[in-house]
Design a binder for this molecule. Structure first.
Ligand code: CA
Length: 241
């Protein structure tokens, strides 16, 4: 199978962006091709660490197809970690162990559905479609609105309303706030914020983050000197709420 074939991604018509986490190349590639044939966009991770990294960075993953047996961090721990961060992305768990206890453990750690190997691609696609459909029904707010307290963000319209008033944010401020809103109460270090918002090749120091947080507080907080949204966690970084 040509790798260029795997990298081709139908963007404009994507039905959703699916992260496929599987260490066995043949199975992974088969799933990716099946998803792309059906019009999904597919990202891949070959182990648990890579999966967690992508789940953090890419806040636009609509569904995760997650194998249980993975190197470094297994699928159950990946799922648990994602849920502990408050990430509601639907998870379809895959496992060679189709027995009842494993299925229950999978669902207990926060997976939405469970598929035992071997499975057919038609069934996998049908489950993916069902999970995405269910998700759209659950999140019926107009196109993916993010809320926390009095803050409401409309990501697709690049608009933010805070305490009833529309506020203007720079693109960086917008992206920082979006990251916080997608992971409420998660603590972000300055380095993590730099990496997520400015990228790994940014040369500058973490003071940049502090300055942007200050600007955001001035726009969002009723009293910027006593913030209730963008809270400093001493020695660690910042948190929403
Ligand atoms: Ca595996």
């Amino acid at each position: 199978m040509l790798s260029t074939e795997l990298e081709r991604s139908p963007v404009a018509t994507s039905l959703g962006r699916v992260l496929v986490v599987e260490d066995e190349a043949t199975i992974r590639e088969t799933i990716v091709l099946a998803l792309r044939d059906e019009g999904f966009e597919a990202l891949v991770a070959e182990d648990g660490y890579a999966a967690l990294g992508l789940a953090h960075k890419s806040d636009r993953i609509d569904l995760i197809v997650l194998d249980v047996m993975l190197p470094y961090v297994n699928g159950l721990d990946v799922c648990r970690a994602i849920r502990q961060e408050g990430n509601p992305v639907p998870v379809l768990m895959l496992s060679a162990k189709g027995s009842e206890p494993d299925r229950i453990v999978g669902l207990e750690v926060g997976a939405d559905d469970y598929l035992g190997k071997p499975f057919g691609m038609k069934e996998l696609i049908a489950r993916c479609r069902a999970l995405l459909r269910r998700r759209r029904l659950t999140y019926q707010e107009p196109q993916n609105v993010l809320r926390f307290g009095d803050i409401v963000m409309y990501p697709q319209e690049c608009r933010v309303v805070a305490r009833g008033n529309e506020i203007g944010l720079s693109p960086k401020e917008f992206r920082i706030l979006e990251l916080f809103l997608r992971h409420p109460r998660r603590v972000w270090s300055r380095e993590q914020l730099l990496e997520n918002i400015w990228g790994t090749d940014f040369v500058g120091d973490s003071k940049t983050v502090d300055v942007h947080i200050r600007w955001l507080r001035e726009k969002l907080e009723a009293d910027p000197s006593d913030p209730k949204y963008l809270v400093t966690v001493r020695g660690f970084g910042y948190r929403l709420g």
